[in-house]
Design a binder for this molecule. Structure first.
Ligand code: ADP
Ligand code: MG
Length: 705
């Protein structure tokens, strides 16, 4: 349970003074981050940090104030001109004010006359602050941000933080809400070592938060400012501690030693039409060593699309089978599971391995038969979807679990949490097609052991990549016509419409219709709203060569293998992230023929989009692309991070806080080695930190022991 003293932080924002239902609704949208409840909590406001500041230094006079800019003026109230007219269409309420140099009008729409009479009495002097505008040659200021009496001028903030806003919430409202949220921050103990704190000259948690909400100059927005660095460290420490706890729990489960001479493996290798690359052999050596020793394997196999992870997985499973156990391979989608089944069964035959598939689609008697065969040991290798983890499937003896994550993340955590489910004691290998930069690897996988397939199988031809503006769509279509008449097959990926798979589908359907009008029945369509069976049927027709063009949304991103497909067309490529473009492009260039990729973009291109497309043109190396992706996204861009599935940080940015990340990792390791269950007062403080950064999962895991 979350410590009681943190409760006020996890109340909904409605609990705050000044936040009514309307503002609450807007805040839910703007700062709410919890998909389950979609409610903004007080803590979300505390993390809602200013992105700029307004300097309200006094402007000498109206004559010297500049139109279009912020002015803070001392003026005398001359006259009130209430707006006449009918309700609803009423003219605005105007108040004439002046100083020695000039005059201007304050304009209020839908004004409350009584309120304005009190705020700006005729004959009095007031300080006003707001944006100066000019209308019909008249100077005016509509709805000043601040109005204060001269002897109350101190109440006027000289420097004001500027928050990210949404329509319907003014900066002033946001400031009030945030200020109210800050009052809810409880007294918290210090979890950072006094030594570190002193050496870094960091403020305590509360002071750091207060400082970030009260920037005094542009310099305060730098990632290295002590207050920001401290909070970034806190966040990274929570992240690293949580991952270290997960790793610790996974490792703690009884490991075993799986010994094999490699007889089955050899039979498979002998039947392959190729020889293993050096990188594949090295990865297998790593895996063998992990499986043979008495500890549980916890390894990540990282390899670009097409780098040949599947055969590595199979050869690892062959050893596990030879050692007398069973293996399971879990894929993120049904489609991919079926594809693994096809390739793996074909190769596994040489060694007489018995392979089966189990997904949501195997039902009734067929399912029962598979479950029985698993229990009796008649199945050596089970291929399934990630969903299998939720079930308590009985194996005779499951020795190795391989999780094919493609480029999704978090399986590691989920697996840890599901406790005694499928594969709890087995050796674990996670495969990912995302070349993750080192820095990010640490934030999503903690310190898992890593093997990299950084060498492509021989004979791959480079993929010729071109960027073409959408205006030239017709030329591209003509090119497609020529290519398919020569027997080529084409992927045509349609625009990703943000936050709406319905619109995605509509766009794909539209393109499908127009291509069908030209190319007839050789065009197929797949998207996320088809059932698994429907998708498979279309994919099968494409794989068999029955279809020449496959129009799709990004569903094909995840592991489709049709070696004869040599052309990849991506519409609105500017809307995709680099990692995604790279994954998509990786669908072609798998066979012996020359492949190409056309990135269709809409003009004008933004700076970052231009660079992204440039990177795609220049390189095919996934690791280079990943580093460039990180650089272009800049650590601060949360959206990109979310899209890529990597953990989104509230404060910490990478690569800027890279050193803090390393320090946090070391501190997390050291702490857990000394105090593995986070006991005592020191432990309690760190638990508090975990809750504060919403890593409740790790704390629960710790309790589950
Ligand atoms: P990944 O799963 O990493 O994207 P795959 O395992 O699907 O890659 O392999 C891509 C293709 O490369 C497959 O057609 C596979 O048969 C082939 N392949 C794998 N290893 C080699 C190798 N050492 N030499 C030649 N071809 C290979
Ligand atoms: Mg082992």
């Amino acid at each position: 349970m979350r410590p009681a003293r943190l409760a006020p932080l996890f109340a909904t924002v409605r609990a705050l003074k000044g936040v009514g239902p309307r503002i609450e609704g807007l805040l839910n949208k703007l700062v709410g981050s919890r998909a389950e409840t979609s409610h903004a909590h007080v803590i979300d406001l505390i993390w809602h940090l200013p992105v700029g500041l307004i300097d309200r230094a006094r402007t000498p006079s109206i004559a010297e104030a500049r139109v279009g800019e912020l002015a803070t003026l001392e003026v005398k109230v001359v006259e009130h001109r209430p707006g006449g007219g009918r309700r609803g269409r009423r003219a605005p309420y105007r108040i004439l004010v002046e100083d020695d140099t000039s005059a201007l009008e304050l304009v209020y729409f839908r004004a409350d006359a009584k309120y304005l009479e009190r705020l700006l009495p005729i004959g009095e002097t007031r300080i006003i602050s707001g944006k100066l505008e000019s209308y019909d040659g008249l100077l005016q200021m509509s709805h000043p941000d601040h109005v204060a009496a001269v002897d109350n001028a101190a109440s006027l903030p000289l420097i004001e933080p500027v928050y990210p806003l949404t329509a319907g919430i003014s900066n002033t409202t946001m400031r009030k809400a945030v200020t109210a949220a800050l009052t809810q921050l409880p007294e918290l103990p210090e979890w950072i070592d006094a030594e570190v704190l002193a050496k870094q000259d960091w403020p305590d948690f509360a002071d750091a938060i207060a400082a970030l909400h009260a920037p005094q100059s542009e310099a305060d927005f730098s990632p290295s400012v002590p207050a920001r660095a401290r909070l970034a460290y806190d966040e990274l420490l929570a992240n690293q501690l949580a991952l270290a706890i997960i790793r610790q729990r996974l490792k703690k489960r009884a490991g075993r030693s799986l010994q094999a001479k490699g007889r089955l493996r050899q039979a498979i290798v002998d039947a392959l039409p190729y020889t293993l690359t050096g990188a594949q052999s090295r990865a297998l050596a790593d895996i063998d060593a992990d499986m043979e020793d008495g500890n549980r394997m916890l390894r990540l196999l990282q390899g670009d699309v097409g780098s040949g992870k599947t055969i590595v997985a199979l050869l690892a499973m062959a050893n596990a089978v030879e050692a007398g156990t069973q293996s399971a391979l879990m894929a993120p989608t049904e489609l991919l599971a079926r594809q693994h089944l096809a390739t793996i069964s074909a190769m596994a035959e040489a060694a007489g391995l018995r392979v089966a598939i189990l997904t949501g689609r195997e039902r009734g008697a067929a399912r029962t038969a598979i479950l029985d065969a698993l229990q009796s040991g008649e199945i050596d290798i089970l291929i399934g979807t990630h969903a299998l983890f939720q079930e308590a499937i009985q194996f005779r003896d499951l020795g190795l679990v391989i999780i094919d994550e493609q480029h999704r993340f978090g399986v590691h955590q989920r697996l840890a949490l599901q406790g005694k489910g499928t594969g709890a004691g087995a050796e674990l290998l996670v495969m990912t097609a995302t070349p993750i930069p080192r820095t990010l690897l640490l934030t999503s996988y903690g310190d898992m052991d890593v093997s990299q397939l950084n060498e492509k199988p021989p004979g791959r031809k480079p993929i010729a990549t071109r960027t073409v503006p959408l205006e030239r769509l017709d030329e591209v279509t003509d090119g497609v016509e020529r290519a398919i008449s020569d027997g080529a097959q084409v992927y045509w990926v349609c625009p990703l419409v943000e936050e709406s798979d319905v619109l995605d589908v509509a766009a794909a359907e539209e393109r499908y219709a127009s291509l069908r009008a030209r190319f007839g029945d050789t065009v197929g369509l797949v998207h996320g709203r088809l059932t698994g069976k429907e998708k498979d049927a279309v994919m099968a027709r494409f794989a068999s060569g029955d279809l020449s063009i496959l129009v799709s949304t990004t569903v094909i991103e995840v592991g489709v293998d049709v070696p004869n497909a040599t052309i990849m067309i991506i519409e609105h490529a500017e809307r995709f992230g680099l990692a995604q473009l790279h994954q998509l492009r990786g669908r072609v260039g798998r066979g012996a023929a020359e492949s190409s990729c056309v990135l269709l973009y809409k003009q004008p291109l933004g700076e970052v989009a231009r660079e992204r497309l440039g990177v795609m043109r220049d390189t095919e190396d996934g690791f280079v692309i990943a580093e460039e992706d990180l650089r272009l996204r800049g650590g601060g861009e949360v959206l990109g991070t979310r899209q890529s599935g990597l953990p989104a940080f509230r404060i910490a940015t990478l690569p800027e806080h890279h050193e803090l990340l390393a320090a946090a990792r070391d501190a997390a390791r050291l702490t857990l080695s000394r105090n593995p269950s986070l006991e005592g007062e020191d432990g309690a403080r760190l638990r508090l930190l975990l809750y504060l950064f919403e890593r409740d999962d790790a704390v629960r895991l710790m309790r589950a022991g």
